[in-house]
Design a protein around this ligand. Structure first.
Ligand SMILES: [Zn+2]
Length: 118
């Protein structure tokens, strides 16, 4: 399994090893073992990498859209604050599992679980 395939499987919220079993048992809680192939996944620590990636993406998307919209439409301040804050929060919550899957896939493929015990 290549690193790119493992990252792709992780981004699809699937086991990086087989691409079949679910990667998370809750919103951001990885399964201990893949239900499909039995690969150990629960010990892989992505730490704050997924948050960094999600902020990087959301910042560029939302700020780009904000600047483009503000230049053309000139919304009132209350509307701008409401729309862009809500957009940033929703997009972040949608992207966080994908970003965590990407990091877990990469860490799994590089055999770098991020835990000091193993
Ligand atoms: Zn699997």
């Amino acid at each position: 399994m290549s690193v790119a395939n493992a990252i792709f499987n992780g981004a699809r919220l699937r086991c990086p090893a087989c691409g079949q079993g679910r990667l998370f048992r809750a919103y951001l809680k990885p399964v201990d073992l893949c239900a499909s192939c039995g690969e150990r996944l629960g010990h892989i620590r992505a730490d704050d990498g997924p948050a960094w990636l999600a902020i990087l993406i959301v910042g560029h998307v939302v700020l780009g859209a904000l600047f483009a919209t503000e230049m053309r439409l000139g919304w009132p301040l209350w509307l701008s604050i409401s729309v862009w804050s809500f957009s940033a929060i929703v997009l972040t919550l949608l992207l966080l599992p994908v970003c965590k899957g990407i990091f877990i896939g990469a860490l799994w493929a590089m055999q770098a679980p991020g835990s000091e015990i193993e």
